[in-house]
Structures are given as structure tokens and as C-alpha cells.
Ligand binder design. Structure first.
Ligand SMILES: Cc1ncc(COP(=O)(O)O)c(C=O)c1O
Length: 324
């Protein structure tokens, strides 16, 4: 089955913007045949966005909205707390638009993410925390109170985050799936993807099942305490406001070990250069397939590219210094 392309979809980019930004969104939907499991899944290839993740959509929407509403002054600095992908995306879109960006990031995020943000010219401030994203969010608010040049994009609470996924990611999926989706499976960081895509899908397919992938080690929707896991970008020890009110049919817990194994399998069996949360989403989607009737049309997200994980456990077994 060929990829379900979306080139006929409307561009999310207003007309006067740099052409690079027109590469954001309208990502293909890849049918992936898992022969051993007898299941075909549909995976939205968000790693193909220009900075390499689903967060390019959010960064484009937040910065163009702020510009349009005249909220960015010549001396403004966009300030955001992020586990990495939003920072890379804001840095890329900021560079293209000539907007300064400063990122607050936990010191546990991979070194490649720091390199990429700095490469785009963004300023980076690391913080140490045992409280997940809450520490960085508080810090950003305090910094903005003390210095009026900071413009907060507030990805964790900003309704634009979810609205963009209703208008674009969700609308694209519906068009690519000919309006028929039985289940949507996604992890959550800010909850923007789950919130927005589920709203778009439920409006068109009321019986759709919405499944929230969460790390088994930090299964907060399942009522458990957060702990360390290796699925970067999701479940940062915090239930984000954008997840409140989202009707999740069931959470699907995926261990870091299963996520890493599947991410390597995606590379070796499918040639997909994607990060660990993509592997986790696929594990959760295959389990969802096992709960639904054969032939169910299940959509999930390939969130980001693998190259930002070279220094993490994902590449530990293929490191040049590891034994052959
Ligand atoms: C790799 C990765 N996967 C999944 C997500 C979840 O996306 P959302 O913030 O829309 O919940 C993120 C968010 O940062 C991410 O970086």
C-alpha cells in the first residue's frame, strides 16, 4: 500500500512567510504491515517535518499567531520550557522568522537536543529537577515577571497547541483515512496532540477509541507515581492541563525496554529513522489492534527523528565502542 499523501491539503502557512515553513505539516500517513502480528497500522510521519518532529506545527502556529497579534516587539525573546522537540522547533521557526528564542530544558534531555537548539541560534538554560516539567514552567513564569522582554508561549496550557492539531493534524488524518478511523493512539507531553487530534476524530467518527500511550514507569493516567523512563518527550512527571477533559478510552502502558526494542525494529524492518516515543506508540497501537476486531483502522504518530538520540540507550547497542 503506498503512503497516504496529503499534498492536496491546504497549507497551514500564511502566504508571506519564508518558504521553508511551508514544509511544515501535510505529512504522509504510512501504512505499516506487521506480518508477524497480522496487523496493518497507519503511522503519521511527523519526523519528516523540517526540524524533525511534530512540534514544528506548534512552533509555527504559536509564533505566527504572536506576530499577527502584534505581541512580539523587536527586543522580544520567546521563552519556553520544553523536553527538547518544542525547543528545537521554536529555534528553527524563530531563526526563519528572525525572532530570538530562549529555551529552558531539564538537564536530563539528550545532548543532541541541546546541540540542535544552539545550532539554530537559540539560547539554552538547563535546570535540574525531581519535579518534572513543573520546575521549568515555574521558572519561565518567574523570569517573565522579572523581565518584560520575555514572551511566554506556554505550550502546556496554551489552547492554540491543541487547536492546531484539530485544524491540521486531525484534519489531515481524516482526509488521508477517507474519514474512517477506529482508534487513535498517542503519547502525551503537553497533551496537545491527544487533545486536538481526538477532538477532530471524535467529531467525524464518534465511535473512535482514543488510547493514551504512557511509559509503564510513569503511568500517571493509570494512577501511578512518575518515575524515570527512557521514552523522551512524553510523560514528564506531570499531567498537563491540555489533557484535562480529554476522553481517553484507556491508557496503554509501555515499558522503556519494549519501546526501545520496537524503535530498533522500526529501523531494521521498516527503515524508519525515528525516536523512542514512536516505538512506544507502535507497541501501544499493536496492543490496541489485539483488543479490536481484525482489520480495525488504527492511526498513531511517529513523533520525531532518531538522530537526537545517539547518546541515549536507543543507540547503546550500536555504539562504535560496543562489541560487535
Ligand atoms: C518525542 C515526542 N513524542 C511525543 C510528544 C507528545 O506530544 P504532545 O506534547 O502534543 O503531547 C512529544 C512532545 O514533546 C515528543 O517530544
Amino acid at each position: 500500500m503506498p503512503p497516504l499523501n496529503s499534498s492536496a491539503l491546504p497549507s497551514p502557512v500564511p502566504g508571506d512567510l519564508p518558504p521553508l515553513l511551508d514544509l511544515i505539516g501535510r505529512t504522509p500517513l504510512l501504512p505499516l504491515r506487521f506480518a508477524a502480528e497480522g496487523v496493518t497500522l497507519f503511522a503519521k510521519a511527523e519526523f519528516l517535518n523540517p526540524s524533525g518532529s511534530i512540534k514544528d506545527r506548534l512552533a509555527l502556529h504559536l509564533l505566527t499567531d504572536a506576530r499577527r497579534r502584534g505581541l512580539l516587539r523587536p527586543d522580544s525573546v520567546v521563552l519556553e520550557c520544553t523536553s527538547g522537540n518544542t525547543g528545537i522547533a521554536l529555534a528553527m521557526v524563530g531563526a526563519a522568522l528572525g525572532v530570538r528564542v530562549k529555551i529552558l530544558m531539564s538537564d536530563t534531555a539528550s545532548i543532541e537536543r541541546r546541540h540542535l537548539m544552539r545550532h539554530f541560534g537559540a539560547e539554552l538554560q538547563l535546570f535540574h529537577t525531581d519535579r518534572g516539567y513543573a520546575t521549568g514552567i515555574d521558572l519561565a513564569e518567574r523570569m517573565a515577571l522579572a523581565d518584560s522582554r520575555y514572551f511566554l508561549t506556554r505550550q502546556f496550557a496554551n489552547p492554540l497547541n491543541a487547536e492546531d492539531h484539530v485544524a491540521h493534524t486531525g484534519a489531515e488524518i481524516l482526509q488521508q483515512m477517507d474519514g474512517r478511523v477506529d482508534a487513535f493512539v498517542s503519547g502525551y507531553g503537553t497533551g496537545g496532540t491527544l487533545n486536538g487530534v481526538s477532538r477532530a476524530l471524535r467529531a467525524a467518527c464518534p465511535a473512535v477509541r482514543i488510547v493514551a500511550m504512557e511509559p509503564a514507569e510513569a503511568a500517571m493516567l493509570s494512577g501511578e507515581m512518575p518515575c524515570c523512563h527512557s521514552i523522551e518527550g512524553v510523560a514528564g512527571g506531570y499531567l498537563p492541563p491540555l489533557l484535562h477533559g480529554v476522553k481517553v478510552d484507556w491508557p496503554e502502558k509501555v515499558s522503556s525496554a519494549d519501546a526501545l526494542t520496537m524503535t530498533r525494529r522500526l529501523a531494521r524492518e521498516f527503515g524508519l529513522l525515528v525516536g523512542t516515543s514512536s516505538g512506544a506508540n507502535i507497541v501501544a497501537a499493536l496492543r490496541t489492534a489485539a483488543r479490536l476486531p481484525a482489520g480495525a483502522r488504527i492511526v498513531t504518530i511517529l513523533c520525531d527523528r532518531a538522530e537526537r538520540y545517539y547518546s541515549t540507550r536507543l543507540f547503546a547497542e550500536s555504539s562504535p565502542s560496543s562489541p560487535a
